[in-house]
Design a protein around this ligand. Sequence first.
Ligand code: SAM
Length: 251
Amino acid sequence: MFGVYIWVVRVCGESSTDIIIDVGGMEIGFMNVVCVYASGGGVVKSSGLDIFCEMSRVRHHINPYSVRTELSFAGFDVVRPLVVDIGAARGGFVRALADVLPACNFIACEIRPLMLQKIMALCGDCDRIVAFGGDARRNFRSLLEPSLTAGAELRQVFVNFPDPWFKEKHKKRRFITPEFLCGIAEWFPVEAEFVFQTDQEFLYRETQEYLAETPFAVRREFDESPHGVMTEWERDKVARGEQIYRMAFGL
Ligand SMILES: C[S@@+](CC[C@H](N)C(=O)[O-])C[C@H]1O[C@@H](n2cnc3c(N)ncnc32)[C@H](O)[C@@H]1O
């Protein structure tokens, strides 16, 4: 059934009202938005809301170089240990993790605008989760650094089932590249770790080869879902009987 759905996003603190249109699952509005759910009340704050009226198919992959939104996050009202979910998709993992780790704050970043809407709907009741729409790699430092400067301990950065970008010429679009890791090595806390999970063995091996070109090293490989929480992608792959490759790495 072909339907037209219109979401109206009223931006608190600004006078504008913007419209995102999803026509039968096709994105017409392509929104780059910086959103923070405030505690309890479901308030959406936004700094910078751009709509590019661009007809496109539902996107399974977005070239991160095409999303140039500059994000920043001043930090949580209450300083707690910090956990980050890169490519949070619908937000199921970060929402479940927030229940399992009640002493932590969470930053989720997702490049696909419609997925960001789903994260916000799922996580809006939790003032320990903030969700951002944009390229996590471009904005990694600006999203994390103010919290770290305020004294938050960075615990884990989850890179769960990242887009593999198979073709050689597209590999630079991956979240984890040697260039990215070398670029953050100067400020990434030594106690923190990346948790990397994938169902793609070649991606896992190539990422390990990438690490060898950086100051980062594998700390452990493991079999079980971290904190006993499965991601959406993981649940699907496990149901199909596929193997999952997991490692933690840090400085
Ligand atoms: C294969 S899905 C996995 C989703 C989720 N992590 C899971 O395990 O269920 C990869 C997700 O990462 C998002 N993504 C890819 N590149 C990204 C980037 N540079 N910044 C933020 N999100 C990104 C995609 O839009 C997609 O939702």
